[in-house]
Design a protein around this ligand. Structure first.
Ligand code: UDX
Length: 456
């Protein structure tokens, strides 16, 4: 480390969006760049800051974000993101000016800034980069297929012909986007949709950034990536899955990981456990936790279930369930508030993943060769679920109301049925292909080296 310091590094400034599914890949990218000779400064909002003690090798700078308690209490991440894109522009510029002044005052000591990498949904740094003559690079934290479907959504909106509003058309295929149906396009509930359209319109405006990094890989999304590269004036570097390049032990979680579930998994039979988690944002409707619990108990499969703490004082975890059911759940299941997910998915006892299909969870699952039950809630999760069930065919999607019989049947289909076995085999094959992508000569490995050459 001392030797590396003496050699002097170039500094990359990272600007993550302050939500788990976005913070995680940005910090992982930071770790990859650090291990390739860069020093890292993370510029973050006061709201939802990352934990610096998990990354002692990085420098952290906090900027005021102008959010009020009322803004935060909406709990609408897209609305908060739109506000932050406006509020953070000036403080970020000032922060960069301070960093550059410091660099000029200590030319022999401070690492020179090589560029700024920002999350695609957090585009405010681009203006400062242009003003200060620094190169900026976009990090895309969702799938390539998601970008294509967001662009299709904007196109439909422009035409004013939204089949999304016609319930009879939702099952129809979207022309040119096989296997997506209109219902799979990345949408949100009505009150959020306006904010979402505003966000993606700004995001996909012609940008002046000099490259795009993508947390995906050629093997998974070859045709989507080729299509997007054709439309994009700057190089695109698919160098995912980041977590496989970054060290396993670094936690990027906002919540504490409860590792007691690993001891519980150690006592379960191989590939017997269904792991249930809806990521950091999605939640269940009022009556769903009880139906879910009955379904899991009746399936007779052991299960590990993440139930996040509620943001108000409402009952949480096992307290959500009637007493008799809570006892049955504890007999065959383990409930935690937050799990070390990557470790869980790679555990030999885990044989299936009930997921909301956030892009990080989907990638982490594909990397471990675990088949899925897809229960998308909103946005890109719908696209990912369709790809899991109809392109990679490593899972099944549950689309209708969540009732206990449906849950039980789905769990058994995946964990003990012949169809589930076929999905498991495909998932294992895919895992091997992904491993090839990240080893020497593989597509992500090559892309990472090309990116490093590009910024050097
Ligand atoms: C959000 C969006 O909802 C998602 O659709 C988008 O693709 C990214 O941003 P989130 O819902 O949190 O993300 O889902 P996901 O992308 O799956 O990220 C969750 C992360 O939290 C994963 O890296 C997962 O490993 C981690 N996690 C989740 C844990 O470490 N422990 C848990 O108990 C649950």
């Amino acid at each position: 480390m001392e030797k590396q310091r003496a050699e002097r590094r170039r500094r990359m400034v990272l600007v993550p969006s302050p939500f788990q599914g976005h913070m995680t890949p940005m910090l992982q990218l930071g770790t990859i760049l650090y291990s390739n000779g860069f020093s890292i400064t993370v510029v973050h909002t006061h709201f939802n800051p990352p934990n610096p003690s998990n990354h002692p090798e990085f420098n952290f700078q906090s900027i005021p974000d102008g959010l009020t308690a009322d803004d935060v209490s909406t709990g609408i991440n897209i609305l908060i993101t739109n506000l932050l894109n406006v509020n953070c522009q000036a403080p970020f510029f000032e922060c960069m000016v301070r960093m550059m002044e410091q660099q000029q005052q200590h030319p022999a000591g401070d690492d020179q800034i090589a560029g700024i990498i920002y999350d695609e949904i957090f585009y405010f740094p681009e203006a400062a980069a242009n003003q200060l003559n620094l190169q900026s690079i976009i990090l895309r934290t969702t799938s390539a297929a998601t970008q294509i479907s967001r662009l299709a959504l904007l196109h439909l909106e422009e035409e004013g012909s939204s089949p999304l509003q016609d319930p009879n058309k939702l099952q129809d295929p979207v022309p040119g986007l096989h296997p997506l149906r209109f219902k799979d396009l990345p949408t949100y509930r009505h009150e959020i949709m306006e904010h979402y359209l505003q966000l993606i319109t700004s995001m996909y405006k012609i940008r002046t950034s000099s490259a795009v990094i993508w947390n995906t890989m050629h093997y998974l999304e070859e045709s989507s990536l080729a299509q997007l590269q054709q439309q994009c004036q700057v190089p695109v570097f698919p160098i995912g899955p980041f977590h496989k390049f970054a060290p396993f032990s670094t936690s990027c979680s906002f919540l504490n990981e409860d590792t007691s579930c690993i001891s519980w998994l150690n006592n379960q039979a191989p590939e017997s456990v269904i792991y249930v988690s809806l990521g950091s944002v999605a939640s269940m409707d009022k009556k769903e936790p009880e139906e879910m619990a009955w379904g899991l108990v009746n399936s007779k499969q052991p299960f590990l279930w993440v139930i996040r703490p509620s943001s108000n004082n409402a009952p949480e975890g096992i307290d959500l369930l009637p007493e008799v059911l809570a006892e049955a759940v504890q007999e065959n299941g383990c409930i935690v508030k937050w799990a070390p997910q990557k470790e869980v998915l790679s555990h030999v006892a885990v044989g299936g993943f009930w997921s909301h299909c956030g892009w990080n969870s989907t990638l982490e699952c594909l990397c471990e060769g675990v088949p899925m039950i897809c229960r998308p809630c909103f946005g890109d999760q719908r696209v990912n679920a369709r790809y899991v069930s109809h392109v990679w065919r490593t899972g099944l999607e549950l689309e209708n109301e969540l009732e206990r019989e449906v849950v039980e049947k789905a769990v058994r289909r995946l964990m003990v049925g012949e169809e589930g076995e076929e999905m498991r085999q495909r998932a294992k094959n895919l895992k091997e292909e992904i491993e090839l992508c990240i080893t020497e000569g593989g597509s992500s490995y090559k892309s990472l080296n090309e990116f490093l050459e590009f910024i050097n």
